[in-house]
Write a protein that binds this ligand. Structure first.
Ligand SMILES: *Cc1c(COP(=O)(O)O)cnc(C)c1O
Length: 392
């Protein structure tokens, strides 16, 4: 037996004890739960004839989200990436700007920056929360930027830094309150990528509501789904107006005339998707309850492991446990890959964290801070099957 065998054996034992043996073909990483209720609401929408981007389900979905998140304004759009694009554009990100994003994130976070003609500027993560590290970011900004008039400028590139995009990784809230202080110090707006964290709170405040605005995603693999979809959350009324306007081709209200006052987007969520979303939101509590139950099972199963740890919600936060995560006590890309191969061979469709964004070909020349923690996390994190129905 090599010393590699221990984590692999422990990992498989945990999966079997929590999920049971794989009976049919595979156990997916994350599947939506679509039932009777979803069928009824979608049929109701079809019968109404209003399937496209005007309709009462869109308003209902937005109001439900507003109630759950506490955000005063919610604008439902076609996906999380375009939500982030529109949010960044609306807080003033322009071509040539740089935007701070974690290197450990889904590619959509950086793509949304690039869609503004701006450049992602990668920052490091915190080993506990897995999100942006506010302390490391403060140090980096203090040493790498200079103030020029109202602008914060990257001294090396000469480009303006326009915003910070923190992300709540796998649903676990990052240290957003600390980040708000850093953002104030450097006078930067925050656009929160809460794509993964519907149902996650810092204290009693929902993720995505701490900055100028925040975004959610309702892709098929997220906590709730609308097929594809996203939303922008904000408490700023004029920002909400602007975003709503830009998401609907910047069309001025008129009974028959097509007057548009700027180049804009067709990003509004169709009513048909919103109908599915309303049904899913009605079941959010049930999903969150089951996901927490599943997380507890993983946590208990991993309690006595020497080589593996369960990633729990950070202190004073409530995570939605969107994707449960196991961490190698001793980070090793090779052992991580062995665990992935061994579990997938048995039908448990585990997955690594995303390849770091600063190593993707389109972003390899982007500006960055030192990224030792992101690198370490990449070699130690594995997502394990997390569908809500597994926690029944
Ligand atoms: C899912 C996700 C997005 C994008 O959402 P889509 O709806 O798939 O466009 C953005 N950021 C993060 C961190 C995500 O996980």
């Amino acid at each position: 037996m090599t010393n590699h065998d221990l984590p692999t054996r422990e990992f498989l034992e945990v999966l079997i004890s929590v999920l049971g043996p794989v009976k049919k073909s595979t156990i997916a990483l994350h599947e939506p739960s679509i039932g009777q209720h979803e069928h009824q609401m979608v049929v109701e929408c079809l019968s109404s004839g209003w399937v496209s981007s005007v309709g009462e389900f869109v308003t209902r979905f937005e109001n439900q989200l507003s109630k759950i998140t506490g955000a005063e304004h919610v604008i439902a759009v076609v996906n999380g990436t375009c939500a982030l694009h529109l949010a960044l554009h609306s807080v003033g990100i322009k071509p040539g700007d740089e935007v701070i994003v974690p290197s450990l994130s889904f590619v959509g976070t950086a793509n949304a920056v690039a869609h503004c003609g701006a450049t992602p500027h990668f920052a490091d993560s915190d080993p506990v929360t897995l999100g942006l590290d506010p302390v490391a970011l403060r140090k980096h900004l203090a040493s790498a930027t200079t103030k020029q008039g109202d602008d914060l400028v990257n001294t090396k590139t000469g480009q303006r830094i326009g915003a910070i995009v923190p992300m709540h990784t796998f649903g676990h809230p990052m240290q957003i309150e600390e980040l708000v202080l850093v953002a104030k110090e450097f006078d930067l707006p925050i656009v929160e990528d809460a794509a993964e964290s519907l149902g996650s709170y810092v204290g009693k405040k929902h993720t995505g509501t701490f900055g100028a605005c925040g975004i959610l995603s309702f892709n098929g693999n997220k906590t709730i789904t609308t097929g594809g979809g996203g939303a922008i959350l904000t408490n700023d009324e004029s920002l909400a107006k602007k975003i709503r306007h830009l998401a609907t081709t910047a069309k001025l209200a008129h009974e028959w005339e097509f007057m548009h006052d700027e180049t804009a987007w067709n990003y509004r969520m169709p009513n048909l998707n919103a109908a599915l979303g309303c049904a899913q939101l009605n079941r959010l509590e049930e999903f969150l309850y089951n996901k927490r139950n599943l997380a507890n099972k993983y946590s208990i199963a991993l309690k006595n492991s020497e080589s593996l740890q369960f990633v729990s919600e950070p202190n004073e936060t409530t995570s939605n446990y969107w994707l449960n995560t196991v961490r190698l006590v001793k980070p090793s890309l090779q052992i991580r890959n062995e665990l992935l191969a061994a579990s997938r061979a048995k039908g448990y469709l585990c997955r690594p964290a995303w390849n770091l964004l600063h190593q993707l070909p389109m972003y390899e020349n982007s500006p960055r801070a030192e990224l030792p923690v992101a690198q370490m996390l990449l070699s130690s994190l594995i997502n394990v099957p997390s569908s809500a129905n597994l926690g029944l």
